[in-house]
Design a protein around this ligand. Sequence first.
Ligand code: NAD
Length: 479
Amino acid sequence: MTDTPTQLFIGGAWVDAADGATMPVDDPATGEILCHVADAGPKDAKLAEEAAVQAQEAWARTAPRVRSEILRRAYEIIIERTDELAHLMTSEMGKPLAEARGEVAYAAEFFRWFSEEAVRIDGGLATLPDGRNRMLLSRRPVGPCLLITPWNFPLAMGTRKIGPAVAAGCTMLLKPAPQTPLSSLALAAILKEAGLPDGVLNVVTTSRAGEVCEPLLRGGRIRKLSFTGSTAVGQLLLAQSAEAVVRTSMELGGNAPFVVFEDADLDKAVDGAMVAKMRNMGEACTAANRFFVHRSVAEEFGRRLAERMGALVVGPGTRDGVDVGPLIDRRGRAKVEELVADAVERGAQVLVGGRTPEGAGCFYPPTVLAGVDPGSRLMDTEIFGPVAAILTFDDEDEVIRRANDTPWGLVGYVFTEGLDRALRVSERLEVGMVGLNTGLVSNPAAPFGGVKQSGLGREGGRVGIDEFLEYQYLAVPVR
Ligand code: NAD
């Protein structure tokens, strides 16, 4: 902690906010203040924007190999410092150390992946159908980007955006979530150490996100917004981006269905449920939010899931043997409590959990609710906590209709041993990603993203870099 930067990172230098403002960073396991970081205002954001704009032209001209090797070095440094980064992440976000180590590896992998993509940016040359003209296609960086990240994956949401932006030759301003600024500041220090030129990445921590970001989006110098966060904020930012026609990538909320058919292998389904529900204490956009279980296996599935959930150890993420850390803050926990109370009022049975413990820290126990009424609020709200809500269904058409009956479409999970059914159901789900007999889809080499109100564009995979590139077409007559 002692070496973690707490200032803004602008033009390659660590600086205080212009007005000297700072904001506290809390430990969600104790409620205590860990440290204070700079709290930027619009003036600081303008300076960061200026640094990114100034650095853009030279950065776009650097050799792809140079950009690639910076990312590769940063990947290696992150892996070497896994323990240090994991502790930092756990202290500001709460997830157990083992999960934090997993996130460090996941986060680093985006840098390795995009270091490999940086040198594979292609173009094209073709004679057009009329035979009189040639088409020369090249790809260039979109320009200075604004990257806005949430608190739930403090390191990986940064690398998933910074990796392709660096690979493509874009400069950027990163605005992390106010709850978890330390991981992003540590990442900036690592990229500097890896040789990233000054001004390419600027990090602005702030408690005044709206005041800081809106002028940037409307100002016309930022050419790209890459946002990960809630759908409500994403919608606001899309509207703000319209004025200067800023290109946008949006990774927004989810409301994942988890469908267990009567022919599912229940061992796989329960294992999958534990991952899809409990990764990150349920604070994931990919978290299974609605468990649709075939009536004939619902009781057995509920019993087994409750047994596994009830055996998890809840406590501070730094403590050995802890499986479930605290939720991010009191507000986040109050929302989970309200959703559970609403479901119970409407007749849900609590198979395990459901009771907030006394004491400091934002802990909430792993909870399984059975017989959930479809009208319950948690059916159309991201729970963002360790609560599995089970509903029953009778046939395939019905469950597909109910799974799709939501404005979101990020991910769905399907458990069945039938190949035809697996493919048929997956293809009919209105989602960007499907976990087939697995509770985990995230992988840096795969295109991550959703449809409907879960977002626009994809991050990771071969297409991840496309979000940061524009085509330029040269018309060249054949002489
Ligand atoms: P949030 O929308 O409250 O905040 C996300 C980021 O936006 C933060 O940095 C926040 O400071 C910033 N922000 C808030 N208001 C803003 C404004 N007016 N202008 C500019 N920036 C603003 O979301 P959160 O609570 O931090 O994260 C949880 C949400 O993120 C969930 O909905 C989750 O599903 C979603 N999420 C999505 C993905 C994905 O890839 N689809 C991944 C992780 C999280």
